[in-house]
Design a protein around this ligand. Structure first.
Ligand code: MAN
Ligand code: CA
Length: 173
C-alpha cells in the first residue's frame, strides 16, 4: 500500500475509535476490564479520560490552595472522587507518572466548617476512603484532604499549608 493510503486508513481508524469512545456511557462494574483497556490509551494532551472526566497528575509540591489555583488556571479543579473505581483510576494516573504512590492532594476540604467536607469542584460529597481513625483533625487544624496516606494508601486530613503533588480534573460539558 502507498504511504498516503496507510495514513488515510490510520486517520480513519483513529477517528472511528475516538467517536466510539465519545459515544460511550459510563461502564457498569461488569465491564470494568473493558474500561481499563480503553482508559489506557485514551490520553488527551496528557489528560487521562475516564467517563467524562479528565485527570492529570502534577509533580510540583504546592500547598492545597496553590495546587487548586494551578488547576483553575487550566479550567480544572483539584480532583473529587465519587466512588472506589474513580479512586483507583486516580491512583493509576499517579502511578503512571511516578511509578509509585506518593501522597497527593485531592479537592476535599472542611476549611469552612469543621466536619463539613466539600469537594472544591462542587461534586456532592458522599464517597470517602478515609484511613482508619481519619479524619482526626489533628491539633484542630487539619482541613485538607490528601490520598495515598499510610501503607493502605487511603485518605487523610492534613494541614492545608503542607506541600504535595496533586491531581486536577476537568469534566467534558
Ligand atoms: C500524622 C498526620 C495526621 C494523621 C496522623 C495519623 O500525624 O498525618 O494527619 O492523622 O499522622 O497517625
Ligand atoms: Ca489526619
Amino acid at each position: 500500500m502507498k504511504l498516503v493510503t496507510v495514513s488515510a486508513l490510520l486517520c480513519a481508524m483513529i477517528t472511528l475509535i475516538v467517536a466510539a469512545e465519545e459515544g460511550g456511557t459510563e461502564a457498569k462494574p461488569s465491564e470494568e476490564h473493558l474500561v481499563e483497556k480503553r482508559w489506557y490509551w485514551y490520553k488527551y494532551r496528557g489528560w487521562y479520560k475516564y467517563g467524562n472526566r479528565y485527570y492529570r497528575y502534577f509533580p510540583y509540591r504546592l500547598d492545597w490552595v496553590h495546587a487548586q489555583r494551578h488547576c483553575q488556571s487550566m479550567h480544572a479543579n483539584l480532583a473529587s472522587v465519587r466512588n472506589l473505581r474513580e479512586y483507583r483510576v486516580i491512583q493509576r494516573v499517579i502511578y503512571r507518572a511516578t511509578h509509585s504512590y506518593p501522597i497527593t492532594w485531592l479537592g476535599g476540604s472542611d476549611a469552612q466548617k469543621e466536619h463539613h467536607w466539600f469537594w472544591i469542584d462542587g461534586t456532592p460529597f458522599s464517597f470517602t476512603y478515609w484511613c482508619r481513625g481519619e479524619p482526626n483533625n489533628a491539633r484542630h487544624s487539619e482541613h485538607c484532604m490528601h490520598m495515598n496516606s499510610s501503607r493502605h494508601k487511603c485518605m487523610n486530613d492534613i494541614y492545608c499549608h503542607y506541600r504535595y503533588p496533586y491531581v486536577c480534573v476537568w469534566k467534558r460539558r
